[in-house]
Write a protein that binds this ligand. Sequence first.
Ligand SMILES: Cc1cc2nc3c(=O)[nH]c(=O)nc-3n(C[C@H](O)[C@H](O)[C@H](O)COP(=O)(O)O)c2cc1C
Ligand code: SF4
Length: 582
Amino acid sequence: MTEHLHLLHILHELQQKHRYISEKSICEVAAQLSLPVSQVRAVVAFYAFFYSTPCGHYHILFSNCTSCGYRAGGTDLLRLLSQKLSVNIGQTRKDEQVSIDETSCIGMCDHGPSLLINGVPLVHLDAEKIEQMATLIEADKPLNGWPPAWFHVKDHIYKRGLLLDSSLSAGDGLRATLTRGREGTLTEIIQSKLRGRGGAGFSTGLKWRLCQQAAGEAHYVVCNADEGEPGTFKDRMLLQQHADALCEGMTICAYVIGAYQGFIYLRGEYRYLLPHLQATLMHRRKLGLLGTAILGQTEFDFDIDIVVGAGAYICGEESALIESLEGKPGIPRSRPPFPVAHGYLGQPTVVNNVETLIAATHIACKGSAWFTALGTPASTGSKLLSISGDCAAPGIYEYPFGITIQQILDECGAVNVQAVQVGGPAGTLLDQTAFNRQLAFEDVGTGGSFMIFNQERDILTIIHQFAAFFAHESCGFCTPCRVGTILLKQGLDKIMIGQGARNDMAELQRVSELVRRYSHCGLGHTAANPILDGLQYFSQAFEQRLTPYDFTARFKLDAALQEARQLTRHDGKEAHLEQGQD
Ligand SMILES: Cc1cc2nc3c(=O)[nH]c(=O)nc-3n(C[C@H](O)[C@H](O)[C@H](O)COP(=O)(O)O)c2cc1C
Ligand code: SF4
């Protein structure tokens, strides 16, 4: 067992024990790990799940995901619970019994409104459950005494394909790999034309080859299990049901590139999967599939550690993820050099998505022809989709690449569809005219999120929610993204409340292009996608909310002077601007 002392692990433990991380704890941890205090302080400040003031004994985070949200049957459940418990949103109650806030999508979109309570997901919320929760919290009932069904995260799999239909026993892929040898296995992965399933679609075989050839003292394999893109939950199911195939994919990669150490970087929202993943690792060590002399090969040693993130979407970006693995804030690095040459601790590192590594295990076992028999020439094999929003059966679907958007909508029971957001907020917003397009890297690419919005949805509200998401998740490192995402959100705020003029639409377009072009990393490059798509395909949704003027100020001058009037205690009629004057 190679469990190591990781800064994030220690901070998670402190957070759970004391409900916050004090300055004293920060100094102690820094001394314990021989790290600068400033680094530990910066890490605590960076990650959303670490707090510098105490949270409640019951710390509740509602998912504010655009497709499922926290509304059910017309009730705003977040506000309902905050009223029932007399606690303001974003605050801890005076007796420290409870704190309530929102968080970005927690990957439970197929379970309706959901929340995390002390890090554990509670799904299928409705007004009745909220009432019961409030009673249990006031009675100080421990979570293990709450109805177990509330915490049951069922995997809704509606369509199985190439990966989900075929079974493998632990070790099958590895044995085939040892038979084929290093080069033979790599050739098979290259010939399969497998492309990364995390979104960008880079060739997996080429990534492994580049890493194998890169000089370094050690090589590393990292599984990106951050799954932060709103509307994506297929990795959650894979981690739960296919953890063996995932670890095997990492081990096969390790064999090919010559790595002794691997990491699963698990998103903080999926911390509840940790015991299961640790059990899988233990079991594989017992079977001789991890550890020293794997399957009796004296020169084949490899093991895997799990590092749990702490609520930062940007840590899904591979270089930010590596920074986080190194115990730092997840600020993306400048690239090149790319992780394959200069990754974890400056050494050659492969970072792959969960689904990619599982596909690699199957390819190692069944061969590249099995894989290329499906899909399109440029996008072979299948893709797992997390389908959510307005359809009869939200859940996981596996399709061969090349399927059209309309076929998918038909299969999941989506009618009267206004728009589909493929690939999450960072992806593509499609209107009806595009439903004949294909799901494939050469047409509409995706990491797996597929959100459906019917005609009853207000598309501008959706775009506004995406803009709020990016403004919240921008890591703040570079100005075009840090400032630009806020400006975009504010521009949409203004249009949403009916104060936007025509020049605000032009401004949105201009700022969007600046953010896309001048940002440092992929988050900024894609943050304006929903706005740009919205302006192009749903301009009506913007225009119908505009004022008839060419220009309106971003704020009301008379209202802005209210604080000054209060301070000077001069609030008579003469201290107000006449109507229309502002
Ligand atoms: C802001 C941002 C968030 C990302 N989040 C994820 C993620 O949660 N999971 C993932 O596999 N890739 C994510 N990626 C893509 C990774 O940077 C990287 O391309 C991927 O993990 C490579 O694995 P693959 O080749 O198997 O797709 C993200 C990229 C960006 C820019
Ligand atoms: S683009 Fe945004 S997320 Fe990326 S480095 Fe700049 S501020 Fe951070």
